[in-house]
Unconditional design. Structure first.
Length: 294
């Protein structure tokens, strides 16, 4: 099953001592890359998070937002009495110097830097919180995967439709190709006859046969058509495969392009050239869509 490289998934859970929220976004990229944004201290969990994400995503840029809200306990915060006394003493000095009231309220001082000691240990908390974070992360990944699978099905449909267009053009080319030699032979005969009548020269049948054989050799596209059909079959097989493989599809589409270009350059026929243009347009759409496949 094809998987799209773009998608979104989120999950939110509440536990006894905390709430956890995970948001995942994936965008196109040739290689895997994880970009983590989280609360201070929880960056230490990136190796664990990366190991879980890698099992579900092999290609693309993953933007992961992790937010953890812990419930506070009485032991988490303490007043730093020495710092508070220092602020009060400094305020009293300023009050005396300016002749202001000596009554200094404590409440505004509590918001000053250093007055409240945060005794939580973020690094330790992050490791202790992993058992609650991991299931939330997996829920978000499941939602992301569901969206990527839905988009992958749409991609598969579009890719196969464009493959069908190329198949139709190949069939038309196969039907047209034998007539190209016949047409060239007729044109060649006409030119020779005109030359004979105007210049009073003679041409041996062997010379005509040799010229016609050279044209047939140069314009023969049977091998290219066989290879193109083989690439098309491989492409369809990989689209329907159980495992999504965007890189394989990219490689096969490149090979398809080589054969189509060769057919266009060798065919030497305006009608076949029109079919080639249609194939190139369909192949370009295929290449654009393949860039979205994991």
């Amino acid at each position: 099953m094809l998987l799209s490289m773009t998608g979104f998934g989120e999950a939110h859970n509440r536990f006894d001592t905390m709430s956890v929220a995970v948001e995942l976004r994936t965008i196109n990229s040739r290689h895997y890359k994880l970009s983590l944004r989280t609360n201070e201290g929880y960056g230490a969990l990136e190796p664990q998070i990366d190991a879980v994400v890698r099992k579900r995503i092999r290609r693309g840029t993953v933007q992961l937002n992790l937010h953890v809200q812990r419930a506070s306990t009485p032991d988490d915060y303490r007043l730093n009495v020495d710092v508070l006394k220092s602020y009060i003493a400094q305020a009293q000095v300023v009050a005396k110097a300016t002749g202001s009231s000596l009554e200094i309220p404590i409440a505004p001082l509590l918001s000053l830097p250093g007055v409240i000691d945060d005794r939580r240990a973020p690094e330790q908390d992050s490791l202790e919180d992993w058992p609650q974070i991991e299931p939330t992360l997996r829920e978000a990944l499941a939602a992301l995967t569901k969206m990527r699978e839905a988009e992958g099905r749409a991609l598969a449909t579009d890719l196969l439709e464009n493959c069908h267009i190329i198949d139709q053009q190949v069939a038309a080319i196969e039907q047209r190709a034998p007539n190209v030699t016949v047409g060239y032979r007729e044109r060649l005969t006409d030119r020779v006859n005109r030359a004979l009548s105007e210049l009073n020269v003679t041409v041996q049948p062997a010379d005509l046969l040799r010229e016609l054989s050279l044209f047939v050799d140069k314009s023969d596209i049977s091998e290219e058509i066989v290879r193109l059909k083989s690439h098309m079959s491989q492409f369809a097989t990989n689209v329907d495969a159980k495992e999504s493989s965007g890189r394989k599809l990219e490689f096969i589409s490149q090979e398809m392009g080589r054969e189509i270009n060769t057919i266009g350059s060798k065919a030497n026929d305006t009608e076949i050239s029109q079919y080639v243009v249609e194939m190139k347009a369909a192949l370009e759409r295929i290449r654009e869509q393949v860039q979205n496949v994991e």
